[in-house]
Design a protein around this ligand. Structure first.
Ligand SMILES: [Zn+2]
Length: 221
């Protein structure tokens, strides 16, 4: 019998009570803290399907948000509408290079990296594969996560809009609504703890990938 498996403990994040973690929680169920009622963990299948769908939806919304014009620029009497990336390029050419780089990273690069990486891992795990480069991808997710957080993301969009006000007008159309929707979706996606994925991978490939994943986790702690 595997000692690590039977003695895995979980702490309630509300009241710090310690419990032995039950490995196989029935589908569509949650474990709650008997003392304070806080949710300890959910059954993995529920979690995986929901978060996979939400990540896919967020990615599509992301494309809409980036693909449609969000500001209208006035230059030499000519007006032209541009997307967020166009606005960032305008910031860059207006000598606001640092702001342009920060906004690019927080509103495009980091959220896109997290969404694509998460979707890649989730899709393959759902079909029963441990994807190639699993460890690297998960580390990448955890690295970009603080920067893809919703507050940072919103701040990026807001900074662009505020900075552009002198030379541009916000277009209240598809892109703006998509950004609003994306804000909510990203909030749900980042509520998902990528550490759960180690656990799923451990079950998915108990012989090959699972052992590799388990040793990596132990080395890290
Ligand atoms: Zn509790």
């Amino acid at each position: 019998m595997n000692v690590n498996e039977s003695e895995e403990l979980i702490a309630c994040h509300e009241c710090d009570a310690l419990y032995k973690k039950k490995r196989a929680l029935p589908q569509h169920s949650k474990a709650q803290c008997p003392r304070c009622g806080a949710m300890l963990y959910q059954s993995i299948a529920t979690n995986l399907d929901r978060i996979c769908a939400m990540t896919l939806a967020a990615l599509i919304t992301f494309m809409i948000a980036q693909g449609f014009p969000i500001v209208e620029l006035d230059a030499n009497g000519m007006t032209s509408q541009t997307t967020l990336i166009g606005a960032i390029m305008a910031l860059w050419s207006e000598q606001m290079k640092i702001i342009a780089v920060l906004v690019f990273c927080c509103t495009i690069l980091f959220p896109l990296t997290e969404l694509v990486a998460l979707l890649y891992v989730l899709m393959l795990l759902r079909t029963g594969f441990v994807p190639p480069g699993f460890n690297t991808v998960l580390r990448a997710i955890q690295f970009v996560r603080p920067w893809g957080m919703i507050e940072v993301f919103m701040l990026g969009v807001l900074v662009t809009l505020v900075k552009m006000v002198s030379i541009a007008r916000v277009v209240p159309e598809a892109a703006l609504f998509a950004f609003a929707a994306l804000t909510l979706m990203v909030a749900v996606v980042v509520s998902f703890d990528p550490r759960t994925l180690w656990e799923i991978a451990e079950r998915t490939g108990p012989r090959r990938a699972g052992r590799r994943v388990a040793t990596t986790v132990r080395q890290k702690s």
